[in-house]
Design a protein around this ligand. Structure first.
Ligand code: ATP
Ligand code: MG
Ligand code: FE
Length: 346
């Protein structure tokens, strides 16, 4: 039967229903942007209460849209970490409750694995992406290059030494007086700017390995701001920032590909993958290596429940259902997952 996916690890409440073959039957996301905007960031206590208020209705909605009854489900997959503990408990407990009530397998999904496996959704790439591939996880909370070698088999090749790339967008945007979340606002402003007018540092460019660092760039933006006079000046600075970030990401991606010579594709995930400048730079880098860039549609790059249901389907197929005692984990690095057998769900 279909698998219900539930996501409540951060500030999006989401539910989705996928057929066993991975086709999407129904999906719903409720952003908590309005609740958190007055505070300029996510407030964990408010997030947990909002998940509690809205998750049951979203789950009911996707089931009704698809005309599926709980008893017809093949399993329930809920994000069990990493993330804010309040929301994780809401999502995992709701999922376990459904599993108990209807005698279904329960899957506690690692949110990062959800992002990592999205590229394998049938319907995204004809035939699906084969292991191994390079994942660039570029969000507000994470910034990593990951070798995806199989189900549950992830090797972190590099990560940020300070801020995540989405955080760098958000902090620089805030310095420039743009509304939170800053990434989309900064991209809009950058569209009318000249990327060459201001010269900003390119942290880590050319360094061995594929770690990232963005705090120096943010400092340079802070120092440039007092000199901005016109709206054009602001647009030029935003454009320079986006240009430099894209160049650094492309450089890091090139090094990461060199560390995974067997890669079949470069895959991006996370909210920053919505940025057109970033996408273009990464597409050029993938093309240089003779590989496709797989960038899921934006709604599947940001937090969603489709990816959680899909990871659940891959795990169910591999016989990796979880016990109901499974405890949510606020910290849960990708390299600590239970793996399938090599060749599982290949
Ligand atoms: P995580 O999922 O890692 O816990 P998160 O919830 O912050 O963290 P996402 O929801 O995937 O991650 O992405 C949000 C981030 O993406 C924010 O930092 C936001 O500014 C950034 N972002 C979204 N759209 C754009 C864009 N067009 N350009 C640049 N950054 C963007
Ligand atoms: Mg989010
Ligand atoms: Fe995420």
């Amino acid at each position: 039967g279909p698998v219900l996916g539930l996501e409540a690890s951060c500030d999006e409440t989401a539910a989705a229903l996928l057929a066993p073959d991975g086709s999407i039957l129904a999906e719903a996301v409720r952003s908590q942007l309005a609740e958190h905007t007055p505070y300029g960031g996510v407030v964990p206590e408010i997030a947990a209460r909002a998940h509690l208020a809205h998750l049951p209705a979203l789950a009911t909605q996707v089931m009704a849209e698809a005309g599926v009854k709980p008893a017809d489900l093949g399993g329930v997959a809920a994000t069990a970490g990493p993330g804010l503990i309040g929301g994780l408990i809401v999502g995992a407990s709701f999922g376990k409750g459904m599993a108990i009530a209807h005698n279904l397998p329960f899957l506690g999904i690692n949110h990062l694995e959800g992002h990592a496996l999205t590229a394998r959704l049938p319907g995204l790439v004809p035939g699906g992406v084969a292991f191994p591939y390079l994942l660039l996880l570029l969000s507000g909370g994470h910034c990593q290059c990951v070798a995806v070698e199989g189900l549950g088999r992830y090797r972190r090749l590099g990560s940020t030494l300070d801020d995540a790339v989405g955080e760098a967008f958000d902090k620089s945007a805030k310095l420039m007086g743009l509304p939170w979340p800053g990434g989309p606002a900064l991209e809009k402003l950058a569209a009318s700017g000249d990327p060459k007018r201001y010269s900003l540092p390119r942290p880590m460019l050319g360094r061995p390995g594929c770690d990232f660092s963005f705090s120096g760039l943010k400092t340079a933006v802070a120092q440039a701001i007092p000199k901005l006079v016109t709206e054009q000046d602001r647009a030029d600075l935003a454009s320079a920032f986006q240009h430099v970030v894209a160049a650094v990401l492309a450089d890091r991606a090139r090094h990461a590909l060199a560390m995974l010579p067997a890669a079949t594709a470069m895959v991006v995930a996370g909210g920053v993958a919505a940025n057109q400048g970033v996408r273009a730079a990464l597409a050029a880098e993938a093309a240089r290596a003779g590989l496709p860039l797989i960038a899921p549609p934006i709604r599947l790059c940001t937090d969603n429940a489709v990816m959680i249901a899909w990871a659940g389907i891959e795990r169910l197929r591999a016989g990796l259902a979880d016990p109901l005692e499974l405890a949510p984990r606020p910290r849960w690095p990708l390299d600590e997952l239970r793996a399938g057998q090599p060749g599982d769900a290949a």
